[in-house]
Design a protein around this ligand. Structure first.
Ligand code: DOR
Ligand code: ZN
Length: 385
């Protein structure tokens, strides 16, 4: 089955051009002008909307197993597909904590059976998300892409040093949770300089943190970092989330970091919680389904090109995770979205697809909407009003 998407604005990290794109058997087989397109079985008029690689989330919480009152693999992936995501890195703070390659594989296989998104399950760095007893790093080789104690800071320097060493030895990425942010990121940079490793700094929220990361890079270190939708969209607000929403100047610095390329990834930290748990003080914001719209709104308001959107939301995560590069090119996976950049709407917690509706952004206007999400050439989500 071959499908031609025509009358499209084709955007990826390199280009923003008008044209057509064809898919067959789960891969992109043509990108160019409509006149030169091959004959196809099906023709889809994109209506001048954007067609771009589906998004890849380096950081979300699917709560399955153990907290399925907040989210399940199915409800989380349903929300993710409506938000344009093909691939999700699910954090390890499940119940029980995901500590072994086998547990991660079981979750990934349950997700695969649902034929929705591609789930990459992270494993914990420490038993019980602690920083005293390490999980079995050697057994992660070739099986675990991301190791993280997300939700908990690794305070133990020796533990972090060994984790960095193991990340090089066994080929995984460490996604960190840093609170206090500046001190912990500075410590991690110091240890990275000392022993090397694959460091990805999770959800940065402060101007000073970005400055420290830039400085480390300028001195020749390799590390990557991410920002969340809420840290570039909200400030001076005490809605409970870790790290907290900061000041306007932090938001502005993070947006400049997106513009100048010093922020590698846009990651949701989708963190669903029940109203009861929020009332008891649980930290986190749910919102994978409108993350792309928030990023589009921020890009539009700050004159940031959508090639940059695609770089941080799709391409860079694909490279960091060792996946086929998320670009619009012949041979690339047909994981694509159709996005209407001009649709304006308001966030309404009551209409959320995720099982949990914990967001401080109810009523906020956002611009842009995922119209279709296509995974492996198959339409998995379609907006219908
Ligand atoms: O606010 C947060 N919630 N930050 C985290 O790092 C963890 C997350 C959660 O699991 O709820
Ligand atoms: Zn998180």
């Amino acid at each position: 089955m071959t499908t031609l998407y025509f009358n499209a604005r084709l955007i990826d990290k390199n280009a923003d051009i008008c044209g057509a794109l064809a898919t067959e058997g789960g891969v992109i087989t043509y990108v160019g002008d409509a006149a030169g397109a091959p004959c196809c079985d099906a023709h889809i008029d994109v209506g001048g909307n954007i067609l771009m690689p589906a998004l890849i989330d380096m950081h979300c919480h699917l709560r399955d197993p153990g907290q399925t009152q907040k989210e399940t693999l199915e409800t989380g992936m349903c929300a993710a597909l409506s938000g344009g995501y093909s691939t999700l890195v699910a954090m390890a703070n499940t119940v029980p904590v995901c500590e072994t390659a086998q547990e991660a594989r079981d979750i990934e296989e349950r997700a695969r059976a649902l034929t929705m998104c591609n789930v990459i399950q992270a494993a914990a760095a420490g038993v019980g998300l602690g920083d005293t007893v390490a999980t079995d790093y050697a057994s992660f080789a070739g099986k675990i892409k991301v190791v993280s104690n997300d939700g908990k800071t690794i305070f133990n320097d020796d533990f972090m040093r060994e984790l960095l060493r193991a990340s090089s030895q066994y080929g995984f990425i460490i996604s960190t949770h840093c609170q206090p942010e500046r001190d912990t990121v500075n410590r991690d940079i110091r240890l990275l300089r000392e022993v090397g490793g694959n460091l990805h700094v999770g959800h940065i929220s402060r101007c000073e943190t970005l400055a420290a990361i830039k400085e480390a890079r300028n001195s020749g270190l390799h590390l990557t970092c991410e920002v969340t939708p809420h840290h570039i969209f909200g400030y001076d607000c005490d809605y409970k989330v870790n790290p907290p929403l900061r000041r306007k100047c932090d938001v502005q610095a993070l947006i400049e970091g997106i513009r100048d390329g010093s922020i590698d990834c846009f990651a949701t930290d989708h963190a669903p919680h029940t109203p009861e748990d929020k009332q008891k003080g649980a930290a986190g914001i749910s919102g994978i389904e409108f993350a792309a719209s928030i990023l589009n709104t921020v890009c539009a308001e700050n004159d940031i090109p959508l090639t940059t959107f695609s770089r941080i939301a799709s391409y860079n995560p694909s490279v960091i995770l060792g996946l086929p590069p998320a670009v619009l090119a012949v041979g690339a996976p047909a994981n694509i979205v159709i996005f209407d950049p001009s649709a304006e709407w308001s966030i309404n917690p009551d209409n959320m697809i995720s099982k949990s509706h914990n967001t401080p952004f109810g009523g906020r206007r956002i611009k842009g909407r995922i119209v279709k999400t296509i995974i492996g050439g198959i339409t998995k989500y379609e907006y219908n009003g």
